[in-house]
Ligand binder design. Structure first.
Ligand SMILES: CC(C)(COP(=O)(O)OP(=O)(O)OC[C@H]1O[C@@H](n2cnc3c(N)ncnc32)[C@H](O)[C@@H]1OP(=O)(O)O)[C@@H](O)C(=O)NCCC(=O)NCCS
Length: 165
């Protein structure tokens, strides 16, 4: 079996609109404790999760896309407004990590989201997410502390910016 890096990133990544059938899969993906720790974002229970997604889907200012990997639901990517600034965020199921999927999904989103500057926040310890953003041209431009807590401690977040070219 070929296990070269290029083979690891083989497989097709594409984005499509979110459909109701995706939501239970997103729910399971955000329940993973390692993923929650990585994002420094506590998992929601089913009711809170479904309420949150109903709001996201009803909000026309938010772009929500399902990330498909070889037609399987690998996760989601969202572009939304936070405090008047355009932000991007994403979440992948753990079985899909480490294959370049988030990077390819973000690069595809950036082909049709043209607003710049575009921002993202990532917990300082979330090296994988920061790397994904940097590979897509984002640059660390600051730090936010105390917007969220994890284990009773303020989370230090990197602010990343994709500037106009
Ligand atoms: C963060 C996340 C989206 C990354 O997805 P992914 O598909 O595995 O990311 P990619 O494979 O496209 O790229 C990851 C990059 O980070 C690197 N990386 C992974 N873990 C790392 C670590 N601990 N330290 C440094 N770099 C790391 C990888 O090597 C890769 O870089 P490379 O291509 O230069 O080798 C995924 O792990 C996830 O959804 N996590 C849970 C939710 C989350 O954290 N969402 C983001 C909130 S800001």
């Amino acid at each position: 079996m070929n296990t070269s890096p290029s083979n690891l990133s083989a497989g097709q990544v594409r984005l499509r609109d979110v459909i109701d059938r995706d939501l239970p899969i997103f729910y399971d993906q955000q329940r993973d404790p390692e993923a929650a720790r990585m994002a420094a974002f506590p998992s929601r229970d089913r009711e809170a999760f479904m309420t949150h997604w109903a709001k996201i889907l009803a909000d026309e200012s938010i772009l929500q896309q399902t990330i498909l990997f070889d037609e399987q639901v690998a996760g989601n990517i969202v572009q939304f407004m936070q405090d008047g600034q355009p932000e991007v965020g994403y979440w992948l199921g753990k079985t899909y990590w480490g294959r370049g999927i988030a990077t390819r999904a973000l690069a595809q989103l950036l082909e049709y989201v043209h607003v710049r500057p575009l921002y993202a926040h990532a917990a300082r310890h979330n090296a994988a997410s920061i790397r994904v953003l940097e590979k897509c041209g984002f640059v660390v431009t600051g730090t936010d502390t105390g917007l969220f807590e994890w284990d009773g401690q303020p989370v230090e977040e990197a602010i990343l910016t994709l500037a106009a070219t």
